[in-house]
Design a protein around this ligand. Structure first.
Ligand code: HEC
Length: 132
């Protein structure tokens, strides 16, 4: 196959896939993280990570509430945060880039490092156990 036809195929498949980049379900994001981690998620471990402090001023619960089925409140700005549990927030975990951005920022604030794929899977698996 020539380089130019290979390029055409790449461009066409990127175009075909692009709508997916912004439409993903929480369950799909969970399978993605679990696949990256190479192990099934453990919701109890996710709840633990979320609720305790990791040597810094804030836990995840400081902004999102300990059981994030309700609105949270930003620990420093006071800004209202939509419920993190997807069953209580129709827009929650529907955009992989947004989810990644906040995991990166918030894990750094709370743990001083990024969360691993396994940790993200654990937290999201726990959030998905919170149902109406
Ligand atoms: C200092 C306040 C604060 C702390 C602490 C915090 N978050 Fe957040 N988090 C936010 C805000 C603000 C948003 C964006 C909410 C929005 O735009 O709806 C957010 C969004 C998120 C999202 C994106 C959800 C989605 O719909 O894709 C995830 C995931 C998340 N936080 C996880 C965590 C985890 C895990 C921790 C603990 C390691 C944590 N957060 C700690 C403030 C915080």
């Amino acid at each position: 196959m020539s380089t130019s036809s290979l390029l055409r195929i790449l461009v066409l498949s990127a175009a075909a896939l692009s709508p997916l980049a912004h439409a993903i379900t929480p369950a799909e994001q969970l399978s993605g993280y679990a696949a990256q981690a190479g192990a099934p998620a453990q919701p109890a471990r996710g709840q633990q990570l979320f609720t305790v402090r990791h040597g810094k001023a804030w836990s995840c619960a400081s902004c999102h509430a300990a059981v994030p089925t309700v609105e949270g409140k930003h620990a420093s700005t006071g800004k209202v945060i939509a419920p993190l549990a997807p069953a209580f927030n129709a827009k929650g975990f529907g955009d992989a880039a947004k989810t990644e951005k906040w995991f990166r920022r918030n894990c750094n604030d709370v743990m001083g490092r990024e969360c691993s794929a396994a940790e993200k899977a654990d937290v999201l698996a726990w959030l998905l156990t919170l149902q109406r």
